[in-house]
Design a protein around this ligand. Sequence first.
Ligand code: CP
Length: 310
Amino acid sequence: MKNLLSVDDLDVGTVQQIFATAADMHDVQRREVKKLPALRGRTVVNLFFEDSTRTRSSFEIAGKWLSADVINISAKGSSTSKGESLRDTVMTVCAMGVDGLVIRHSASGAAHQVSQWVDAAVVNAGDGMHEHPTQALLDAYTLQQRLGSLEGRHVAIVGDLTHSRVFRSNVKLLGMLGAEVTVVAPPTLMPSGIGPWAESAGFHTSYDVDEVLPTADAVMMLRVQRERMSGGYFPTSREYTVGYGLTRDRLAVLGPDVPICHPGPMNRGLEIAADAADAAQSVILDQVSSGLAVRMAVLYHLLAGEETSA
Ligand code: CP
């Protein structure tokens, strides 16, 4: 694997290799000295054209704990704000001898386009409404740690599907790992044309969260992405919460061992109640620490030479 642009770049064997390395990296997180020499001499640039807390900081820490030199560039504060094109920015950065480029961009396909221009390994850290493959890896890793094998497990993904790259990567990866996935959204936030995709990929769609939750082995709530909405997708926040939020009442329907995921950032009180976000069965902070381990594993697999070892 040269790049990680999409879940389509992965197969079950590669995913399980990444998970095995992530488990080793999780152990490193518990050490007093959290440094491995694996990427000594390598340079990783985090190029973020959209805001991020979790993804950017975890890639930065991941690179540093693997002893890579890590540089962070965000659109605000870069020459992009002076009108420089994406291509010129990427080519300029790579002319400095970069080994890995972690990119987030608002345009679907941006990471793929960048990978055509550069020799560096490219990791898609979220491209528009298209994909977020390391998020899907960390979600599946977290669920696998909680549930054991995902084979035959029913995962409900609930919320703003239309604007969600997390959902698009997750249905592919969870399906690849044998999970039975049902995606739930109001009709206005169900992507157009999802029917044929769901049929060929083998996942289910529903408008009725209360019908789906009782049979879920895991629940993934998605953020209502107001910043990507140009029109009115639901009448009021209150109506969205009543229809699709993981409220205190819906939490009571879930078994006590059903993990609750959310990729973050959360709109507390809108798609998820504080009672659910902070419940004992919530794995939202586990997702964050798993995210660091998984991103260390991804950088290791993409950038460590044959002669290095974890
Ligand atoms: N889940 C996720 O991508 O979070 P950030 O936007 O904070 O990176």
